[in-house]
Write a protein that binds this ligand. Structure first.
Ligand code: ATP
Ligand code: MG
Length: 237
């Protein structure tokens, strides 16, 4: 469904992605691992059209996305939850969710239905619906960011380090949310530094180093390959 082929991305003169190729099938949960600064977030930003690749192709459902503006990419069914979450701190939880719902072609009953659906997945957001986004804990803000992405009813969600800085209890909740999305048939490209979590929730995994994909394989294969994990990630899984 999502297909990157030999993508090269620059920030000004700085060559960051050196020919990234990866694929995600419909409904598939795929991990993108790698140390700090290897280009994971840039890969997601390139898909979203926030940075334009100098060479290579990004295709979604067979159509070229290269050069499309971010809102057009989103309309094709791709949602992005950035590292810094970008919730509106002064808006309430419900108003934050409304920013995803108030879009063309949405009827009020449909909005209510989607709102109910995300509240069912995230009961804590229902409890806090009148609270300002900025007063939520880090984990709750991450949930709100994912919930807002869900209101767009995307075919794929690009999740950038959703568990970064979260307490173990919240990490477990994010993990459950990934399972909920998977059951709903939503594909996920999951950027993470949490290797055990990634190996648990993903079927397949890519590892990046210096702007390139250096390893690809099933989570099971990687799990059994301590050498690769040490070499590219420098951690034990
Ligand atoms: N807006 C930018 N302008 C210039 N250079 C950037 C910009 N954003 C990122 N970079 C550089 O591009 C490289 C890749 O960054 P990127 O954020 O994609 O890495 P990452 O794998 O997501 O790292 P992290 O795990 O720290 O989030 C880094 O060297 C970074 O300093
Ligand atoms: Mg990053």
């Amino acid at each position: 469904m999502l297909d990157l082929q030999d993508v090269h991305t620059y920030y000004g003169k700085s060559h960051v992605l050196h020919g990234v190729s990866l694929e995600v099938s419909a409904g598939e949960v795929v991990g993108l691992l790698g140390r700090n600064g290897v280009g994971k977030s840039t890969t997601l930003k390139t898909v979203m059209g926030l940075v334009r690749p100098a060479a290579g192709h990004v295709r979604f459902e067979g159509r070229d996305l290269t050069g499309l503006a971010p809102h057009h990419v989103a309309r094709r069914g791709i949602a992005w939850v950035p590292e810094d979450r970008r919730i509106f701190r002064l808006l309430t939880v419900m108003e934050n969710l409304r920013t995803g719902l108030d879009r063309q072609g949405m009827t009020e009953p449909r909005k209510q239905e989607l709102l109910e659906k995300v509240y069912a997945s995230f009961p804590v957001l229902r409890e806090r619906r009148h609270q300002a986004g900025g007063t939520l804990s880090g984990g709750e803000q991450q949930m709100l960011a994912i919930a807002r992405a869900m209101t767009l009813t995307p075919k794929i969600i690009l999740l950038d380090e959703p568990t970064e800085g979260l307490m173990p209890r919240m990490v477990a909740q994010i993990r459950e949310i990934i399972d909920v999305l998977r059951r709903d048939g939503v594909a996920i490209l999951l950027v993470e530094q949490n290797v055990p979590l990634t190996l648990e929730v993903c079927a397949r995994v890519y590892i990046m180093e210096k702007g390139q994909v250096r390893y690809r394989g099933s989570a099971r294969e990687l799990q059994a390959n301590e050498t690769i994990i040490q070499q590219y990630l420098g951690v034990s899984a």
